[in-house]
Unconditional design. Structure first.
Length: 66
């Protein structure tokens, strides 16, 4: 008889946590920092930097798992 492990909600994948943090950062930037306003400012670089950090963290987490 084959026994399968049931994942509990406590065992979240690190990639899932990184995605949640990224989305929360985007919401914070949109609502609090008003990054997506009509005027262009250096705040837009924060969005680019945030996305770059997200891409690097996803690559690192997936590479580390394998």
């Amino acid at each position: 008889m084959k026994v399968t492990k049931v994942k509990s909600k406590k065992n979240m994948n690190k990639t899932t946590i990184a995605i949640i943090v990224y989305v929360l950062g985007l919401v914070f930037g949109a609502l609090v920092l008003d990054m997506w306003s009509a005027e262009t400012s250096p705040k837009a670089l924060l969005g680019i930097l945030w996305t770059t950090l997200f891409a690097i963290s996803l690559y690192y987490l997936e590479f580390k798992d394998k």
